[in-house]
Design a protein around this ligand. Structure first.
Ligand SMILES: [Zn+2]
Length: 153
């Protein structure tokens, strides 16, 4: 057995875990739009192609898949097979993310990370509460912030 995952299979896995345009993400976008916030999606000319970009607030929102971004929560667990492959993939993504974050900050952007565990599963927050947190952040002075799922009991 070869310790690789085909490109095709990998892109399927990516699509399933915290992929683009997932339903909870759409709900958040719609909610913000309804409140009058205007944004661009997956902006290619910014480092890391941020998911949602609010030019007026010089703010970006990143929706992070907990698995791909090694989040300290119930959605992340090192896979038990193909360990070296996953380690390389996930650490690589983690390091790229740090680079992108640095670059955005240097260019005066603010970054809000919304973790997948805040949007789905047993730790999810209500859409309304996520939207309220996003709004509060827009009007705050916090440069970097994150919204995570509820703490497990
Ligand atoms: Zn998480």
């Amino acid at each position: 057995m070869v310790d690789i995952v085909t490109r095709e299979k990998r892109s399927k896995m990516m699509a399933n875990i915290g992929g683009k345009d997932t339903k909870p993400e759409m709900a958040i976008r719609k909610g913000l739009h309804a409140l009058g916030y205007r944004y661009r999606l997956h902006v290619k000319d910014l480092p890391g192609k941020p998911d949602i970009v609010f030019t007026k607030y010089r703010a970006v929102i990143q929706i992070n898949g907990c698995f791909w971004h090694k989040h300290n929560c119930h959605l992340f667990k090192w896979p038990s097979t193909h360990k070296s492959f996953w380690k390389k993939e996930i650490e690589g993504k983690y390091l790229r993310n740090i680079e992108n974050t640095k670059c955005l900050l240097e260019n005066g952007w603010r970054i809000l990370t919304i973790w997948e565990c805040a949007l789905k599963g047993k730790t999810q927050l209500s859409g309304e509460s996520v939207i309220r947190k996003v709004e509060a952040w827009f009007h705050s002075t916090e440069t970097v912030a994150q919204i995570e799922g509820k703490t497990e009991k």
